[in-house]
Design a protein around this ligand. Structure first.
Ligand code: FAD
Length: 398
């Protein structure tokens, strides 16, 4: 019998991917320390972050299932059986994800080839659940307010800053995983090493989140991802557990300039998204846009390889941040955790081989997902509009 290896692992970042990765590594029996620069979102008053809810799909679910978390997450998520397109007159067309049955199993936890749906899940709820799950492993420790500031790739160390005391200290581990997001500090350090390719692209569109309050949530068709495609821009809505909805308006930055005055805001929404006004309320629209400083930006990141030396690896957005139009950023990051776990098992916990093979096998497919996400932006903005007309024409002629 081979002796069980107990590896010391450091994970930088306790966001969605880092906290899930901690469970995977904890389950393998390794000694895991997660260093997160923010305070603990389970106790912090305000948890700043991007989108309030996210679409969870097959890739992500498979990873959650592997660490026994799928059911817990799905129970508090909302199934979306298809896209519901809103045209300029307020008419809607449903495009089911499962064209065969157009059904959704509301308590659907398994895999089925014909009953397809995706799930809307709250970011904070998900992150909190993942942190709680990781912490249940006695061999996993979470450290908050600890920021990675540098790394010595030759010595295999990382330097962390305790943002409470402003003291820095060094840590060493056999495997160091950067799950520190699109603006990853570990990746920035890796970029200074030879033969590390890196590129990033900001798209010329920003986004702003709006919401439909719980008391008006029933006014919009349930169990759909709603889309208001308008050619150059679009708005989407995903449901929340409390009956509210989160809307996201994606638009070129220069168009947001028209939303600086009360008159401009009202005119824009009446002309572009008239059926959304009774859902959000006109005064609320005016309140949000007149207080808005800048819309949030969207970046796509590609790099290669995902490892440096024999023990440094990046996963999730740190390795492949993508624009959100394919709803796969988090799902792909969760899949990274699944694949890393699988490789560790297959390669008998050999770290050097694992990080090498992870890079080799993952870069191409992750970059393909980044490209698909960019492509789906075009699809959601304009192709869906064409599709709506085609479907409507077919129905009219039927
Ligand atoms: P993050 O969530 O960014 O977490 C990184 C963590 O690292 C953070 O907690 C951060 O504080 C910490 N950190 C950063 N630097 C340091 C440091 N130096 N030291 C220590 N800690 C550090 N994906 C989907 O799959 N489905 C969707 O529907 C979807 N919708 C989206 C909508 C929008 C508007 C956006 C912007 C993204 C969306 N995504 C979606 C993508 C998804 O949000 C990301 O892919 C996901 O959050 C990546 O998780 P992560 O853990 O890699 O990075």
């Amino acid at each position: 019998m081979t002796e069980k290896k107990n590896i010391k692992i450091i994970i930088i970042g306790g966001g969605l991917v880092g906290s899930l990765c901690a469970s995977f590594m904890g389950k393998r029996g390794h000694d895991v320390a997660v260093y997160e620069k923010r305070s603990d979102i389970r106790t912090a008053k305000l948890s700043p972050g991007r989108s309030i809810n996210l679409a969870l799909s097959h890739r992500g679910r498979r990873a959650l299932r592997s660490v026994g978390l799928e059911n817990e997450i799905l129970k508090t998520s909302i199934p979306m059986k298809g896209r519901l397109l809103h045209d300029l007159t307020g008419k809607t067309t449903s495009i089911p994800y499962d064209p065969v049955t157009n059904e959704v199993k509301f308590k659907f936890y398994g895999d089925s080839p014909t009953k397809l749906c995706i799930y809307s899940v709250g970011r904070n709820f998900l992150n909190q659940t993942l942190l709680r799950a990781a912490e249940k492993y006695p061999n996993v420790k979470l450290y908050f307010n600890q920021k990675l500031v540098s790394s010595n790739f030759n010595q295999g160390t990382v330097t962390l800053l305790n943002t409470n005391t402003c003291e820095t200290y060094e840590e060493v581990a056999e495997l160091i995983i950067g799950a520190d997001g699109a603006f990853s500090s570990l990746r920035r350090l890796m970029q200074q090493t030879p033969l590390f390719d890196f590129s990033q692209k900001y798209i010329q569109h920003g986004y702003v989140e709006l919401s439909i309050p719980p008391e008006r949530g029933h006014l919009i068709t349930p169990n759909h991802l709603h889309i208001w495609p308008r050619g150059e821009f679009m708005m989407i809505a995903l449901p929340n557990q409390d009956n509210s909805w989160t809307l996201t308006l994606f638009m070129p930055f220069d168009k947001f300039e028209n939303l600086k005055t009360e008159e401009g805001i009202r005119k824009f929404f009446w002309e572009t998204f008239p059926d959304s006004i009774e859902l959000i309320e006109e005064n609320e629209l005016v309140r949000v846009f007149t207080r808005l400083n800048n819309p949030s930006t969207l970046v796509s990141v590609k790099c290669k390889p995902y490892h440096v030396g024999s023990k440094y690896l990046i996963i999730g957005d740190a390795a492949h941040a993508m624009v959100p139009f394919y709803g796969q950023g988090m799902n792909a990051g969760f899949e990274d955790c699944f694949l890393l776990d699988d490789l560790l098992g297959k390669l008998d916990e050999d770290i050097q081989k694992t990080v090498n093979q992870f890079s080799e096998s993952r870069v191409e497919s992750a970059q393909a997902i980044c490209d698909l996400a960019m492509y789906n932006y075009e699809e959601m903005k304009s192709l869906v509009t064409k599709l709506t007309y085609r479907i409507r024409r077919a129905l009219d002629n039927a």
